[in-house]
Design a protein around this ligand. Structure first.
Ligand SMILES: *Cc1c(COP(=O)(O)O)cnc(C)c1O
Length: 398
């Protein structure tokens, strides 16, 4: 490589430290010895119950439940809606493995819906499969933070009698025409895993306004007969008809993680502003790159720019592989969704062989030219501009 070329030295997987407020709250939980969510003194509201109240307020939801992971949240939501063995569940062909995994883990069958060039669910394909697939539930994944036209999606779902679970792993803090992501469907699921918008290592949050679905999820998560210790919860009578019939599938959150998360809710708006600035800096730096398609962001969408995607339409695999290698040599880590072999976090339907193989020509075409990079908040706008300069130069020389 030409050693006069600029090289980026940032780390694409390095998040910011937990804030002092989170560290202090975590230490207080450790000193108390009461890490289990139901291990509280009389009259005390534990960290998990308090987190649920705060996150319900943040999203405007009536009820909230904190759980062990985002993937657990998805499985719990499916169970609460009665999905079981043999049922077909519609979901995005372009998503991350825990989404089809949650469906398959119940013995249910994912039916994939195509993705568009704007990286959202193809609403025409959805309208078609909503009536033909025999599914009662759509698990909608807002993959990489791109929101589809949620008004039209909800119309399609309502017309077909589909219940919508939203996977908001990449859209915590995002909105469509002012309504937060996670608040359009019956249940919204979030992840607080390290690479998402709040970081507790592992963790998940579920919101809903539906009392029966939420009571079921609280019971499923392993509340034993202690559900009265929840605060963002339906009233006790809702549990009466459910508590002997809902299996325990333990997946609770603990007070330590909740303590780390609680201050992060208040920190989120400021972080979203920084993510958006990074995203816009990268987008501006790539706006004139020939042959590279930046994903348009609709006016109605409030997004969180925690990652960046672009398309190289029509590029053959060897050319993309060589671009990825050249960028890597200059410190810019790109993920290519068209690779034959799944690398790290898998997002290609062909790698999910626990689901029946499906014919998804439009998705395959989009993924063949799709590249992705993370934008951790340890980067500054100058870093985003450097990344854009390197990408622009390498795309032009290919
Ligand atoms: C991260 C992620 C999840 C949930 O993942 P966990 O690792 O189980 O918290 C779900 N969907 C998408 C699209 C994700 O990226």
């Amino acid at each position: 490589m030409d050693d006069t070329l600029e090289v980026f030295s940032g780390n694409f997987t390095q998040q910011e430290p937990i804030s002092e407020a989170g560290i202090a709250a975590a230490l207080a939980v450790l000193q108390s010895g009461r890490l289990h969510r139901y291990n509280i003194s009389p009259g005390e509201i534990g960290e998990v119950a308090a987190l649920e109240v705060d996150f319900a307020t943040f999203t405007g939801a009536r009820y909230c439940l904190a759980v062990a992971s985002g993937g657990y949240a998805l499985g719990c939501a499916l169970r609460a809606l009665g999905v079981g063995p043999g049922d077909r569940v519609l979901t995005n062909a372009f998503t991350l493995a825990p989404v089809p995994g949650a469906i398959a883990a119940l013995g249910a069958e994912p039916v994939f819906v195509e993705v568009t060039e704007d990286l959202v669910i193809d609403l025409d394909d959805l309208a078609d499969k909503a009536t033909s697939a025999g599914a009662k539930v759509l698990m909608l994944s807002h993959m990489r933070g791109h929101l589809c036209d949620m008004d039209r999606l909800m119309e399609i779902a309502e017309a077909a009698g589909l219940q919508v679970i939203e996977d908001c792993a990449h859209t915590m803090g995002a909105a469509w025409r002012g309504t937060p992501s996670g608040r359009h469907g019956i249940i919204g699921c979030y992840s607080t895993q390290t690479y998402k918008h709040m970081n507790s290592g592992e963790g998940g949050l579920i919101v809903s306004d539906d009392p029966v679905a939420m009571a079921r999820m609280i019971l499923l998560s392993g509340s034993y007969m202690l559900f009265d210790r929840h605060r963002a919860t339906p009233p006790p009578e809702v549990f009466e008809g459910l508590k002997y019939n809902t299996p325990n599938v333990s997946g609770r959150m603990d007070n330590l993680r909740a303590a780390i998360l609680r201050p992060q809710i208040a920190e989120l708006p400021e972080k979203i502003a920084r993510w958006t600035a990074l995203y816009r800096a990268l987008e501006a730096g790539l706006s004139a790159t020939p042959g590279l398609r930046v994903i348009p962001r609709p006016q109605e969408e409030t997004f969180v720019g925690s990652s960046f995607q672009f398309l190289l339409p029509g590029w053959a695999a060897p050319r993309i592989l060589s671009l990825v290698a050249r960028c890597a040599a200059r410190g810019v880590e790109l993920k290519w969704f068209g690779a034959e072999e799944p690398v790290a976090f898998t997002s290609r339907h062909q790698s999910w062989r626990y689901a029946p193989a499906q014919h998804l020509p439009r998705t395959d075409h989009v993924l063949a030219g799709l590249l992705d990079l993370r934008l951790p908040l340890t980067f500054c706008e100058a870093d985003a501009a450097t990344i854009a300069r390197i990408l622009d130069q390498e795309v032009r020389r290919m």
